[in-house]
Design a protein around this ligand. Structure first.
Ligand code: NAD
Ligand code: UD1
Length: 330
């Protein structure tokens, strides 16, 4: 099938494009390179041993430009990754986040309707659940999130839910990611944050590499196994495969799934695993909690397993190994 991947040169998008090409699908990427670089394309081709990958540099808010692309390409499916994702920045620049994350989704939905595209997959986040008891399952009511980024995901879900009521034959799938980490095992593609990383894993790899002196662990007084925050880490390659499963098992109407492992890991457990697997020290200091952080967040992953026939395969050991291999190659 012919798949439009918006944000396809980004972290999760690039890994998903590799999996699509591996299965012989035609892929067209649209990305404005706001948070990614063109050299990713060659790396994707190398990993997947393919020759065909079309790329358009375009802003997904630009209806006219995208309309031309849709007219020309005749897509069967859309996987929509394009968006901004930095929580802290969204607090400082809320309008920029609402504008980009909502208007890209609205533009793509308008074009999906105009060209009667069968499948539409959207990148949502576990953040839409707000503060609730884990394991988080898809039947829970969504709660207020602590930042504009989280609200853009909740609003996008609502927009696509309303849209689906008027487009009943379309397969619209919302995927709520837990904490993606890791990189492709080739070490060629992975996550390259600009400036100081906000998320745990890229910070850990930069400390291990000596780019930063130590990791700051945000709080050790949570009600968890060792007092540090617990999250559901998912290898980005497993996550990419989750999109393929969602594409192949999509059904009519609006459907939503958690993509997580169902396993909670604390910050200290992650550091210890990283040190053991990679045989390298990660100096750290315990500091105050980060505002807006929750103690424990992990998925009930059973719905995706049952309906999409997908579950995570890679372990925490795989995740820390691949993250480190990618960082070392940078
Ligand atoms: P990323 O920043 O690596 O990739 C996003 C890509 O979208 C980038 O290449 C960027 O240049 C592009 N982009 C942004 N705005 C655009 C626009 N207006 N037009 C065209 N291209 C645009 O991010 P990622 O980690 O790969 O995340 C992909 C999606 O998954 C995002 O929507 C993100 O919010 C969501 N998500 C990510 C995480 C995570 O932890 N990485 C968790 C939950 C949800
Ligand atoms: C954050 C975002 C969430 C987003 C997700 C993935 C917030 C409040 N939430 O989630 O919306 O979907 O990233 O992009 O920002 N930690 C440290 N030191 C660090 C960094 C993190 O101790 O330098 C701890 C955190 O307190 C947390 C865990 O590590 O317990 C994971 O943090 P992080 O990688 O930022 O992800 P989330 O907070 O789950």
């Amino acid at each position: 099938m012919k798949v439009l991947v918006t944000g396809g040169t980004g972290y999760i998008g690039s890994h998903t494009v590799v999996e699509l090409l591996n299965l012989g699908h035609d892929v067209v990427i649209v990305d404005n390179l706001y948070n990614s670089q063109l050299d990713v394309l060659d790396k994707i081709l190398k990993i997947s041993n393919s020759k065909d990958l079309k790329f358009y540099e375009a802003d997904c808010k630009d209806y006219e430009k995208l309309d031309e692309i849709f007219k020309l390409e005749k897509f069967d499916s859309i996987i929509h990754f394009a968006g901004y994702k930095a929580v802290g920045e969204s607090v400082l620049k809320p309008l920029m986040y609402y504008d980009n994350n909502l208007n890209t989704t609205i533009t793509l939905a308008r074009l999906a309707e105009k060209y009667q595209i069968k499948n539409f997959i959207f990148s949502s986040s576990a953040t839409v659940y707000g503060e609730q008891q884990s394991p988080l399952n898809e039947n829970l009511e969504l709660k207020t999130t602590s930042n504009p980024y989280g609200e853009t995901k909740k609003m996008s879900e609502r927009i696509l839910s309303d849209f689906s009521k008027n487009n009943k034959d379309m397969h619209i799938t919302l995927l709520r990611y837990f904490n993606p980490i890791g990189a492709h095992e080739s070490g060629l593609i992975g996550e390259k944050p600009q400036g100081t990383p906000n998320n745990l894993m890229p910070y850990v790899t930069q400390v291990a590499k000596g780019i930063r002196e130590k990791l700051f662990v945000f709080g050790n007084d949570y009600d968890t196994v060792d007092g540090t925050g617990v999250r559901d880490y998912i290898h980005v390659v497993d996550l990419a495969k989750g999109h393929i499963a969602a594409l192949l098992n999509a059904h009519k109407g609006l459907n939503f799934y958690n993509l997580g492992s169902g396993i909670g890991t604390s910050v200290l457990e992650l550091i210890q695993t990283f040190e053991k697997v990679n045989e390298i020290k990660v100096p750290f200091e315990i500091v105050d909690r980060r505002p807006g952080d929750l103690a424990t967040v992990y998925a009930d992953a059973s719905k995706a397993k049952k309906e999409l026939r997908w579950e995570t395969k890679k372990t925490l050991e795989d995740m820390v190994k691949d993250s480190w291999f990618f960082e070392k190659n940078l």
